[in-house]
Design a protein around this ligand. Sequence first.
Ligand code: NAI
Length: 319
Amino acid sequence: MTDPKEGSIVIIGSGLIGRSWAMVFASGGFKVRLYDIVKEQVTAALQDIRKQMEELQKSGMLRGNLSSEEQISLISGFTELKLALEGAIFIQECVPENLELKLKIFSDIDRYVNDSAIISSSTSCLSPTKMFNGLRHVKNCIVAHPVNPPYYVPLVELVPHPQTEQVTVEKTYTLMKKIGQSPVKLMKETDGFVLNRLQYAVISEAWRLVQDGVISPRDVDTVMSEGLGMRYAFLGPLETAHLNAEGFKSYCERYGEGIRRVLATFGPVPTFSGEVAEKIDQAFWEEQTDKPDQLKTRREWRDACLSHLAKLKKETKKN
Ligand code: NAI
């Protein structure tokens, strides 16, 4: 457990990502203050967190060493920003992906926090430069981009503003490790950060293969889930290549020319609209069942799979 003197983690925005972060920090024994401008949202979030944690405990999937009751007692709700920020050591912003909104919230936070608190954003694709420019505490600002749902998928991309101090990066890195996440450090900002750049490359080629009539939407997904994805849950593309030959250089010598030839056939950036979007959308709805229920059921299944995978990865982690 954290020494109460260490202060609190403050989550700004109690939606999907804010709730999940609150659970992750509480699982690491941290006191969490969950703030939202909408009072009902905070109440709903606290109820939802309780329900989720109790279910996770029952199924043996609760993270951390504390019981669900102990973790729940670490989280409190706030609707006044200044009050929520008192004694904050780390602030994780989780408001909707809107630059104006984020600028406003960061300027408010900047006024109330002490000089050592770290101000972190969950943004998926807004640049640190755009969000943090001109803030008094810019050296303490960073992006800590989680993957949905952070409770089950541990990766966090740490992206600095050009004026972010290295100590902010290191402290955030250590904190993320402490709560069981897997942080990676980007040396500088780039549009889409790294996860989405890789993800967009895959989505684009999946789109083009469907568009060109090479494969069906469901089968292209099977290529990932039953093929590439089996390895990618444990190894990245570079080490996969390293192991598929006598090291990475040997892989390049053996396969480099073929890779270049195939890559040269890749088409332009897709439009992400029209007939192909329609075709892919159609392929993933089951007939004759309620649409919102389908998504809910499938998401619950996804989370259960991810939770089992997380357990497996923990068991197989190399020393
Ligand atoms: P959400 O819409 O579920 O939740 C946003 C919450 O912020 C709501 O509870 C809302 O009441 C609250 N809010 C709005 N204005 C506020 C303000 N001025 N002060 C305090 N609270 C305010 O959004 P979600 O999905 O949780 O996304 C939050 C952030 O996380 C976004 O920047 C998003 O890009 C990022 N993110 C989202 C992922 C996802 O898959 N949903 C994955 C990774 C990052």
